[in-house]
Design a protein around this ligand. Structure first.
Ligand code: ADP
Length: 452
């Protein structure tokens, strides 16, 4: 079966600019005021966006102001995304009607509730994907009316979640099928505290085969060391010497000691508790005392930023030329670090899928990860058995403790001495298939089942 997929997005300025010429599909009067639905193409894919400057034309971040405060009308801004999404199955575009709606994360979760309200059925032609259960889109129940949600949906059998409306719960409860972005995370949020109170509901859905984990793919048009225009020198698995050129160039530019023999550890991450970077900070002296180098690129929690900065200020002399920090979101630098580093640290407390470790594998940068979620599904630990079996691709620690982390750093440093093995691990990682094709086939199966 061939699929005609179209994407609906809020009309953030960058999206409006990126889509280019569009046509007006409809003007819609809704609880969010009058909004326009426009349609255009991006990379050959049909894109609808909601043109509503009063909702989306805000500087900085899509979700919050410069003080990190969520916008007070986020329920409206994302509620209307769900509303318009549901309307795409109900003729809002006279030229195209969707058979299936696939909503992602809390931002789009209400779409599934609106569909349920419109059809009067609980099982809807919708799929809901959880990218991170920790972000639940919770708002005061007083907003039921403001969002045109029928009062009876405010129930444990509906959008209610511990005394609030949860957009995420709406998606989980009303979608015909729920997915999350890796098989291990799917098990974890059913069976452990990572379910954050949703364990029961998700277990029930899993029991009826209406909840499953499908691993995300990696956009290989963006993350490919053979063609990446953001890095100094392109390379492939047979030409790893060119990776070293990237390392040298980066060391020079970042004022690290230029030396191919010093292992360079990298972090590219949002700075939030989930990512476990406090455990790295706690072991930085341990790592640097090996003579290793460390680069961090991140943005987020100002307290964590401050702590890393303080570390550098305090140890400037001791670790001169060994550590460098970059704050902010910088894609070009993310690619350069990915190409330059020898090890990428991903010590997440939980990780629904994770993209950086997959990119690292593609770039011959060995991931050192905590055994959780998608990290478990994508990185094979370098144990004696896995070396023999020819499956090892990185380093995995199992206890989210100082000892757990340091033990694996020790093990990685031990392997660093064996350059032949290291190269084998790099090459194997670079050959892993993380293309979207596999995942796409699994999603297609779900759509077909729902349409039966
Ligand atoms: P999450 O979605 O939880 O942030 P992922 O690993 O799934 O984590 O995806 C993060 C993506 O964002 C990766 O592609 C990574 O390279 C990129 N990224 C994270 N922080 C930065 C940053 N400061 N600058 C540039 N890119 C970043």
């Amino acid at each position: 079966m061939e699929l005609d997929v179209r994407i609906l997005l809020p009309g953030f300025p960058a999206i409006r600019d990126g889509v280019g010429p569009t046509s007006l599909v409809a003007e819609i009067d809704s609880f969010a005021g009058r909004v326009a639905l426009r349609f255009g193409f991006y990379n050959g894919i049909g894109i609808y966006y909601i043109d509503a400057p009063h909702l989306y034309d805000r500087p900085n971040n899509p979700y919050h102001d410069q003080y990190n405060m969520a916008y007070g009308d986020n329920h409206i801004r994302f509620g209307v995304l769900g509303w318009v999404g549901s309307e795409l199955l109900y003729g809002v575009d006279p030229l195209w009607n969707a058979d299936i709606l696939h909503a992602h994360d809390w931002h789009a979760g209400l779409a599934c509730a609106y569909l349920a309200a419109k059809t009067g059925r609980h099982v809807t032609n919708s799929v809901f994907t959880i990218h991170n259960l920790a972000y639940q889109g919770c708002f005061s129940p007083y907003h039921m009316n403001d969002l045109w949600l029928p009062a009876e949906l405010y129930s444990v059998y509906g959008v209610e979640c511990y005394g609030q409306i949860s957009f995420l719960k709406a998606g989980i409860y009303f979608a015909g099928h729920v997915t999350t972005v890796s098989p291990t995370y799917a098990q974890e949020i059913v069976n452990t505290d990572l379910g954050l109170g949703f364990q029961g509901l998700l277990a029930d859905r899993m029991h009826y085969e209406r909840f499953s984990g499908i691993l995300n793919g990696l956009d290989e048009a963006v993350w490919d060391p053979k063609t990446d225009k953001k890095i100094t020198t392109n390379y492939n698995a047979r030409n790893l010497k060119n990776k070293l050129l990237n390392k040298g160039e980066f060391q020079h530019a970042a004022r690290l000691q230029v030396n191919p023999d010093k292992p360079l550890f990298g972090v590219i991450s949002r700075l939030v508790y989930q990512k476990g970077l406090d455990i790295v900070l706690d072991s930085l002296t341990y790592l640097l005392d090996y003579g290793a180098q460390f680069v961090l690129l991140g943005s987020g929690d100002p307290v964590l930023e401050h702590q890393f900065t303080e570390f550098v200020n305090y140890h400037q002399r001791q670790y001169a030329g060994q550590i460098v920090l970059f704050y902010g979101y910088n894609e070009e630098m993310a690619h350069q670090i990915m190409a330059a580093a020898d090890v990428l640290l991903v010590p997440s407390r939980f990780e629904p899928c994770g993209l950086t470790q997959m990119a690292a594998l593609h770039y011959g940068t060995l991931p050192l990860v905590h055994a959780t979620g998608g990290l478990t599904d994508t990185v094979v630990n370098t144990t004696i058995e896995n070396i023999k079996d020819k499956t090892a691709t990185g380093f995995v620690f199992y206890d989210m403790t100082r000892e757990g982390f340091r033990g694996t750093v020790d093990w990685a440093m031990e392997q660093w001495k064996n350059r032949k093995l290291w190269r084998t691990l790099q090459q194997r990682g670079m050959q892993q298939d993380f293309s979207w094709q596999k995942s796409a086939r699994q999603y297609q199966k779900i759509y077909e089942t729902l349409l039966k």
